[in-house]
Ligand binder design. Sequence first.
Ligand SMILES: Nc1ncnc2c1ncn2[C@@H]1O[C@H](COP(=O)(O)OP(=O)(O)OP(=O)(O)O)[C@@H](O)[C@H]1O
Ligand SMILES: [Mg+2]
Length: 273
Amino acid sequence: MREVIATRYVTPLREGGSLPGLVEGDDLGTYIMKFTGAGQGRKTLVAEVICGELGRRLGLRVPELVRMQLDPVIGLSEPDQEVQALLKASGGLNLGMDYLPGSLGFDPLAFEVSAREAGRVVWFDALINNVDRSWRNPNLLVWHGELWLIDHGAAMIWHHNWPTAQKASARPYNASDHALATYGPDVAAAAEEFAPRITEDLLTEIAADVPDEWLDGEPGFDSPDELRGAYVRTLLDRARTVSEHITIGEPTKDRPSQAPEWLAGKLPRRAVK
Ligand SMILES: Nc1ncnc2c1ncn2[C@@H]1O[C@H](COP(=O)(O)OP(=O)(O)OP(=O)(O)O)[C@@H](O)[C@H]1O
Ligand SMILES: [Mg+2]
């Protein structure tokens, strides 16, 4: 991962629960920044890096992630008290995600996704135990006719309780409410494509991208590297059998599965890659 220095805080994103902000970097890029000082804590950022980089290496589209160095002084002129406090609490390395200008939030009523691609995303989400890609909150963007994956901060829920994390490899994944559940996800094809590629070497390389300062001081671990090893083992274990634990049943009742009658058939769904 590249490292970038934050040069200007542009605006808070009102949509995100963790108050992510739009920030410019010294490389002239624009990033969605997630802060170490946010209530959700640094584990959210660890999950973003490990899952985002893993997804990218598997060939899924994830906007580039960078380590973003923040000097809280750039927030001094920020009028919003909440933002001020957040910036003050977040000096040092934070996470930046390349901003995709003009991207649209994914809407199942507007876009058509192939069974193959849906299967790839569902399998990946099952691997990382991602419950944050439901039709209510897809965390998928459409940009230049392609599907992009964002927001993996709530994945790997097992890292909040390390003593029981090893058991997580057999945890069921109910994808009934997944944003792509209705596209007939071909999970078997995805397993065949992805499972052999999840190796210890690959995961070790990815875990090395997480800055030490987000890993330091975890109870039960003597060093950041020991903790990195725990992430590697847990994901490696899960990758072996994850397809056996995926169920796709009837979606929850209130899922908006159809356009209103007056609109039905009038709007062709646009295929996204
Ligand atoms: N790279 C990006 N490019 C363009 N827009 C983005 C990008 N990342 C996030 N967004 C926008 O910002 C919103 C919030 O981002 P994100 O979901 O990552 O934050 P969050 O705090 O984890 O949100 P929540 O908990 O509400 O899901 C997204 O729904 C999307 O509209
Ligand atoms: Mg989100």
